[in-house]
Design a protein around this ligand. Structure first.
Ligand code: CAA
Length: 388
């Protein structure tokens, strides 16, 4: 049976899960409430993840990285998110920022920018959205104009995760305004480039430890070799990237939901009402069963998608990657919203307070239904795949 085409996690994947869970329980979970309360970057998590080489596990070995496959990367993000959703954006956004390079960047660009990320010296964000170009990403206005051996960028990118703490940014900008989506190109912009600044941190419902800010580009003059791929291919690269990274948002959603379910199970076993643990009541048991059932279903679809992502990264044709990627992202995030809401319900009044982590998990789950494409956009993407 050794050649059976399994997509289940291997023993190595499960060992990785145990390792990350131990690390997250010991070094990330203890700060999760404080990071949320103070809306501060989880530096302890970055330090712990970088010390163990878990901050950007997807970077291939040829660029000094751990070379983890897409399923292993999902497991890392899932386990960090179980402890702290904000912290899980460290490995997730490092992947989002660098996949455009991996898919379309020149060898020289990859060597230059992936190695510092692998060493834990730099993080990488992804700058697609703008104030008036969210779901309609191709409606962006940020402009890049060629001047000799340079491109000069002007515009404001919005909702940029980990803006300010990342050293590097994949920025999509219009190079030919007459060509629509085919007039968009991708660039690497550095935080230290003259003319780069950041808006104030957004005041958000959840993932408060991960800074979300505007990236403001004012006459940012960068060498022409910072373009990722050919001119006019930036929008395709951006969407092809999301085919891989919506799976990591699904992973984040799974982790948040698992954290809430685990906490709720512990709670209902010890909470006594009417002279017995509330876990004895069938109504509570049915809620737990539904939560776990739906979570496991979403997990299996996510792992299935992760294996397809890995195959595609290795150059195999995978016809339905776009579909499964959107499907697992929409399903896992909807499940995470339901599971975390039910976890709050199971804790009753206590669940509604900040004394317990489930209200934070419920707030954090909400963003997974919105970013990397709203779940309405995911359904549109899936329907287009079905009908084409
Ligand atoms: N891979 C590669 N190319 C693709 C593609 C894919 N998955 N999907 C479409 N394309 C190509 C098309 O073939 C087309 O190319 P041609 O003109 O050469 O045929 C081009 O891209 C444009 O495609 P569409 O006409 O389908 O584009 P559209 O404007 O109708 O919209 C969309 C597409 C699906 C709505 C897209 O805009 C979208 O996904 N919107 C959501 C935006 C989004 O997800 N933003 C996330 C921001 S990042 C974030 O949130 C990160 C974070 O904070 C953590």
């Amino acid at each position: 049976m050794s050649d059976f085409p399994a997509y289940a996690p291997s023993e190595e994947h499960e060992l990785l899960r145990r390792t990350v869970r131990e690390l997250a329980d010991a070094k990330i979970a203890p700060f999760a409430a404080e990071v949320d309360e103070e809306s501060r970057f989880p530096q302890e998590a970055l330090d712990a993840l970088a010390a163990s080489g878990l901050h950007a596990v997807h970077v291939p070995e040829s660029y000094g990285g751990a070379g983890a496959d897409a399923l292993a990367t999902v497991i890392v993000i899932e386990e960090v998110a179980r402890a702290c959703a904000s912290s899980s954006l460290i490995p997730a956004v490092n992947k989002l920022g660098t996949v455009p390079l991996l898919l379309a960047g020149s060898e020289e660009l990859k060597q230059r920018y992936l190695a510092p990320v692998a060493r834990g010296e730099a993080m990488f964000s992804y700058a697609l959205s703008e104030a008036d170009a969210g779901s309609d990403a191709a409606g962006m206005k940020t402009r890049a104009v060629r001047e000799g051996d340079f491109w000069v960028l002007n515009g404001t990118k919005m909702w940029i995760t980990n803006a300010g703490v990342s050293q590097f940014y994949t920025v999509m900008a219009v190079t030919d305004p007459s060509a629509g989506a085919r007039g968009i190109s991708a660039f690497v912009v550095e935080k230290s480039d003259a003319g780069v600044s950041f808006g104030p941190p957004e005041r958000k419902l959840g993932i408060k430890g991960s800074p979300t800010r505007q990236v403001i580009l004012e006459d940012v003059r960068i060498p022409a070799d910072r373009m990722i791929g050919a001119e006019g291919t930036g929008f395709k690269t951006a969407l092809a990237t999301l085919d891989h990274t919506r799976i990591t948002i699904a992973a984040q959603a799974l982790g948040i939901a698992q954290g809430a379910l685990d906490f709720a199970i512990g709670y209902v076993r010890q909470r006594r009402q009417f002279g017995r643990p509330v876990a004895d009541f069938q109504g509570v048991q049915f809620m737990l069963a539904d939560m776990a059932m739906r979570l496991e279903g979403a997990r299996q679809l996510t792992y299935h998608a992760a294996v397809k992502s890995e195959r595609a990264m290795r150059g195999e044709p995978v016809a339905d990657l776009t579909f499964v990627s959107s499907a697992c992202k929409a399903l896992a995030s909807d499940v995470a919203m339901d599971v975390t809401t039910d976890a709050v319900q199971l804790l009753g009044g206590y669940g509604y307070t900040r004394e317990f982590p489930v209200e934070r998990m419920m707030r954090d789950a909400k963003i997974t239904q919105i970013y990397e494409g709203t779940n309405q956009i995911q359904r549109m993407v899936m329907a287009r795949q079905l009908l084409k």
